[in-house]
Design a protein around this ligand. Sequence first.
Ligand code: PGA
Length: 241
Amino acid sequence: MSKLVVGNWKLNPSTAVEAVELARATDFPNAVICPPDIFLMQVGKVLEKASLGAQDLFWENAADITGEASTEQLLKVGVSYVIVGHSSRREEVGETDELVNLKLKAAVAAKLKAILCIGENLELHKQGEEAARQFVAGQLDKALKGIKEGEEYLLVAYEPIWSISTSGTGLTDTPQEAAQMIRYIKDALTERGFGKTPVLYGGSVNGETAGAFLKQDAIEGVLVGGASLKADEFKKVVSQA
Ligand code: PGA
């Protein structure tokens, strides 16, 4: 069975015409395409094989809140996956573990497949494996607080922040190191009653490197940023999944 490839377009592209073109060229059965909210409707209309995903959500429906999208609205435009707690939201927007928990609870309750992002930053990475493990286990505890059921709607993406292309460190994880951490995360999920949750890897994977990560049994899919914006590159990743 093919592994899952999630494309996170972040704030790209800049026009609906480009978004539709990219969606047409990256429409594969084992893919999830996460465009910016503003293009969800157009991209959703074009996708025939891939699933539609959102990059974020708000935890209440019909609330007096400005500038957000609710689970109800996302479902109505055909979204079936949603990224929760991406490192860029945690770091750039200041999203806290408490907000991540509210969002995760809301997504799972609404039966949206939630891709919970966790991962340590460069400082923790430098402190060694144990520090990174403790940190991601803590992120899991905080994100999963109060969630008792709905495991079938939960996925985890391990994204070491220092390895994401936009982090600027120039460092990347090896497939072996990534798989080792993902095995640890799997065990941590099992201990918390979420042993069937798939764990994806997302740290600057591209057409060249994807195969080696996807060959690791522990890695059940990849979350791709930059490489999801180039159709050829994304196709290469998908073909190795
Ligand atoms: P990248 O981004 O593939 O460009 O490193 C991954 C992510 O931020 O999800």
